[in-house]
Structure formats: structure tokens, C-alpha cells
Write a new protein. Structure first.
Length: 437
């Protein structure tokens, strides 16, 4: 049996691992957020872990940045697209390599080697970053313990983020615009999954987003997904997007359906911002058992239906008016101006999905973005990009992360409009669906 320098055996029993994790959980309740790495490094020693560093992905998911620790020197930020750590983040799988004495840890295992593990850090299926662990054992039992340690760390980061700016500060490469600060505070995480469905979203420009926003919620068998695009790129646009999201949640949580969401958002935007400001929207419900998709398009580009790695069609239907415009007109007519008024009950459309189908929602900033020669990114390029990456087994969150890079690169880093995509995969026949290639 291999022994560690501190006396911890390599073949650690489940009882020891369980006690370590229970102790970490107990300590986490009163832990200051910035001390997470130090706490893990101290408490995980009985597991054979010799060093711990926490890295969190920035808002654009281009780099992972180290969480400050008591170590004399913090490691540098690492590029997600060109490092082993980044590969662990992309694939949500553990990667490792042998390491030398440069890490400042003496006493390698019996084989004279230490290993640097890169373990994905996630909250559920939302990728937060990675953990770097230094160990001298990479057998499967050890890897399982490291996965459990990372799972606990992900839960701690997510819970502590609610009342501390520590992790938000690490995740930012620069200052957010005020409207972006507001919109990000309202939006749901960029990834969500169950055994039957996956939702992934991406948004640029992350630090200056104006009026784009997305939302989703699962209640029983009903998955609601919404995408908003408020006119303008100023603080008012961020306010309108935030009001639209709040209206959507308020209606949902009161038991309202898609029409109720439209009515409440119409009223809120029209009454607060007048007829000159509005937001387009796609409001969708998916029954994750039957695969019935219902939606209301409010002046928004239609979603794409992707089946068997082909864009089957645009779900093009006659749209209802954008949120705010419809409500304002209804209020005007109801005030007695002599008009006929608008139909306050928008049409609800439906489409029966097949297992494995994907629904791609997007804002016009994606397809209308222009290269230096003036050529638009276009709908065909958008569909082809998603299909090509999906065909290689790339999971939805990583596909959209790479799509974001392609959208920004196509416009040479200078987006003329917010660009947001949401991809929904219905996988009822694959209960073991994984988010890894």
C-alpha cells in the first residue's frame, strides 16, 4: 500500500472520504467565500490531496481565473481554448498530467511522480470553472473522490455567490456597463439539464449587453423558455429587458400561461415606458414528456427546428406585436378613442417534436451582425455552425460557447447589436444523456 508523506494511505476507505466531505460541508456554513481554496487544501489532505487551487471562468468563458488564496504567489489565468485546464472545462471531464517540483510540493508517491489534476467545477450542469488538485494517485477511486470534492466546491461557490462579490470579482475581466449589471443579475444560469432536456444559452457582448435577456423555468413537466430583445442599447433597454423577465416570472408563478405572460409584460412595459420603447420576445413552453412545443412570437425572429443534424425548418408563424406596443395600443383603444381595439389574446402556435430534436432561439443581433465586407453572419451560417459542432458530439453548452466566439470574431470584436442564442434539446429516449463529448 502506498503511503503519503503525511501518513494518509493511498487506499482510502469510503468512511474516511465521507468524513472529509461531511467536515467540509459543516465548515462551509460559516466559511468566508474567499477562503474556499484554503479550506479545501487543509481539509482534503486525508484524501491524499496535496494542493488545491480554484479557478472560475470569466463571463465570456474565454479564461479561467484563480481564486485568491494564502499562497505566496497566485497562478496565472489560463485560456480555455488552449490549455489542459481549459480542455477539462470544455469537456466536463477530468484531465491530468505529471508535474515536477515547480509546484513547491515535496514527497511524491512511490513512483516518484506527482499529478496535476484538472477537475471540472460545476453547479448542477452550469460550468463554473475548474479545480487544480495535486495528487500522487490517479486511480479511479481517487478520481471519484476528486469529483465529489469538486461537486461540493461547486455547490459552495453557487451558494456563497448570492451574498458575496468575491466570486463575481474573480469572474470579471473588466467593469460591466450598468445595464449589463442589471440584466445579468436577473438572468438564469447559462446551462440547465435534466435526464429529458438540456437548455444552454450564450450572450454577447457580455460586459456591455443592453437589451437582450433569456429566462427559463421547469415546473412539473412544463419547461418554459423565453428570449427578449429590448429596443436600444442604453440603461432603458436594460430596464425593459429586466421588466420583461420579471413580468414573465410573475405571471408564471401566479399560474399564468403564455397568453398571461404576454398580457402582463405588455401592460408593464407600456405603462412604464410609453409607446416608443418595446421588446421583441419568443415565449415558449415545452412538455418534456410529450414533446409538444407551444410558443408565441412577439415580433421576434422565428426559432429553428434542428432534427437529425439538419435544419428542418424555421418555425415561422404570423407574429404578435412586440411587448409594450400591443399593450399600449390596447390601452389606447380601451380608453375610448373610437378604434376597434386589438385582439388581446395572441395566437399560440404548436409543433410536435421528435426525440433528439433541438430548438434554436436567437436574437437578430446574431444573424444581422456584419463582417468587414458588410456581409451578414446570416441564418444559414448560424444553423451550419450548430450542426457541425453537434455532429462531433459537442455538448450544447460548449457549442454555444464556441458560437459566441465565432459571432464576435466575425465582427472583429465590435458587435453592432446584442447577440443571444438559446438551444433546447429534447432527449426523452436517452435518460443517461451526458453533457460531455
Amino acid at each position: 500500500m502506498t503511503s503519503h508523506a503525511d501518513g494518509a494511505p493511498a487506499d482510502i476507505g469510503d468512511d474516511v472520504a465521507g468524513r472529509v466531505l461531511a467536515d467540509l460541508l459543516a465548515q462551509a456554513h460559516l466559511m468566508a467565500p474567499a477562503t474556499l481554496g484554503d479550506l479545501l487544501a487543509e481539509r482534503a489532505r486525508p484524501l491524499g490531496v496535496r494542493g488545491v487551487w480554484i479557478y472560475l471562468a470569466d463571463l465570456q468563458q474565454r479564461y479561467i481565473h484563480p481564486l485568491p488564496s494564502s499562497a505566496a504567489q497566485s497562478p496565472p489565468a489560463l485560456a480555455i481554448d488552449s490549455t489542459l485546464a481549459g480542455r477539462a472545462f470544455q469537456t466536463i471531464t477530468i484531465h491530468h498530467a505529471t508535474t515536477g517540483t515547480d509546484i513547491g510540493i515535496d514527497g511524491a508517491g512511490a513512483g516518484g511522480e506527482l499529478f496535476r489534476l484538472w477537475v471540472p467545477l460545476a453547479d448542477g450542469t452550469e460550468r463554473l470553472g475548474v479545480m487544480q488538485l495535486i495528487v500522487d494517485d490517479v486511480r479511479e477511486a481517487m478520481l471519484d473522490r476528486c469529483r465529489a470534492l469538486a461537486s461540493l466546491a461547486g455547490l459552495i461557490v453557487a451558494s456563497k455567490s448570492v451574498y458575496s462579490d468575491t466570486y463575481a470579482h474573480v469572474r470579471r475581466s473588466r467593469e460591466l456597463a450598468l445595464q449589463a449589471e442589471m440584466v445579468w443579475a436577473f438572468m438564469a444560469p447559462q446551462t440547465f439539464a435534466t435526464k429529458q432536456v438540456i437548455v444552454a444559452a450564450a450572450l454577447e457582448p457580455a460586459y456591455e449587453v443592453g437589451g437582450d435577456a433569456f429566462d427559463y423555468s421547469l415546473l412539473g413537466d412544463r419547461l418554459h423558455v423565453s428570449l427578449f430583445d429590448a429596443a436600444g442599447h442604453d440603461l432603458a433597454a436594460g430596464l425593459i429587458a429586466s421588466v420583461a423577465m420579471a413580468s414573465c416570472r410573475n405571471a408564471r408563478r401566479s399560474g399564468g400561461d403564455l397568453r398571461a405572460i404576454v398580457a402582463r409584460a405588455d401592460h408593464a412595459i407600456a405603462s412604464q415606458f410609453g409607446a416608443s420603447r418595446f421588446a421583441t420576445a419568443l415565449l415558449c413552453d415545452l412538455n418534456i414528456v410529450t414533446g409538444e412545443l407551444t410558443w408565441i412570437p412577439c415580433g421576434h425572429p422565428p426559432p429553428l427546428l434542428i432534427r437529425d443534424n439538419k435544419v428542418v425548418k424555421e418555425l415561422l408563424r404570423d407574429p404578435y406585436l412586440p411587448l409594450g406596443i400591443a399593450g399600449h395600443d390596447v390601452f389606447s383603444h380601451s380608453a375610448g378613442d373610437g378604434g376597434d381595439g386589438l385582439d388581446s389574446s395572441p395566437p399560440v402556435y404548436s409543433e410536435q417534436l421528435q426525440p433528439g430534436d433541438r430548438i434554436l432561439l436567437y436574437t437578430d443581433g446574431v444573424t444581422e451582425g456584419r463582417a468587414a465586407d458588410g456581409k451578414q453572419f446570416g441564418l444559414e451560417r448560424l444553423g451550419d455552425f450548430v450542426i457541425r459542432n453537434s455532429a462531433t458530439g459537442m455538448p450544447a453548452p460548449e457549442t454555444l460557447r464556441r458560437l459566441n466566439r465565432a459571432i464576435v470574431g466575425y465582427q472583429h470584436g465590435r458587435l453592432s447589436d446584442d447577440a443571444t442564442t438559446v438551444l433546447v434539446e429534447w432527449m426523452p429516449d436517452d435518460p443517461q444523456r451526458q453533457l460531455t463529448p
